[in-house]
Design a protein around this ligand. Structure first.
Ligand code: FES
Length: 161
């Protein structure tokens, strides 16, 4: 069955409907989160159901769900039609679980930070925040994190557009 022209939207229409910038849409497309085709005049056109995928990306961003996790979830969604009510229930359950895990991790960090308030020892041995589970012990003596090149240090919270 041939799709009608109403089933497709130009990038301008997508921007108008979602409020997402052209550069972000290009980025999502490069990441394989959304797809477009070429229409007449080689113009990029999007299936109407991409609006739902973009809506899910917007929700994920509000929840601070990393795009890599969004990509994982999207591998479970159909590419030829809009996600159904059931799909969204499944995805929202997964993201709720992630948020609960993140909340628990923040509560743990908050408890450890409470121990540091008024302490100020910044001890590599004793401070749980500086050296959780004494993980630095096996990496040699001295301020090992300060001696390592910056690129080797773990990064947290890498953000995407
Ligand atoms: S600063 Fe002393 S325990 Fe963290």
């Amino acid at each position: 069955m041939r799709a009608s022209p109403e089933d497709h939207l130009t990038i301008g229409e997508i921007i108008r409907r979602t409020g997402v910038s052209a550069s972000a849409l290009h980025f999502y497309e490069r990441k394989g989160l959304i797809f477009s085709e070429r229409g007449s005049g080689n113009q990029r056109i999007f299936s109407r159901h991409m609006l739902r995928r973009i809506s899910l990306i917007i929700v994920a961003k509000r929840l601070n769900i990393p795009l890599s996790d969004v990509a994982d979830v999207f591998t479970t969604l159909p590419t030829d039609r809009a996600p159904t009510h059931r799909d969204w229930q499944r995805v929202s359950r997964m993201w709720k679980k992630q948020l609960e895990e993140r909340r628990r991790a923040i509560e743990d960090l908050e408890r450890e930070l409470t121990g540091c308030i008024g302490c100020g020892c910044l001890s590599m041995k004793a401070c749980l925040l500086l050296n959780p589970d004494d993980a630095l012990e096996g990496r040699g003596p001295g301020p090992v994190r300060l001696q390592e090149p910056r690129a080797a240090m773990p990064r947290r919270g890498v953000r995407t557009p």
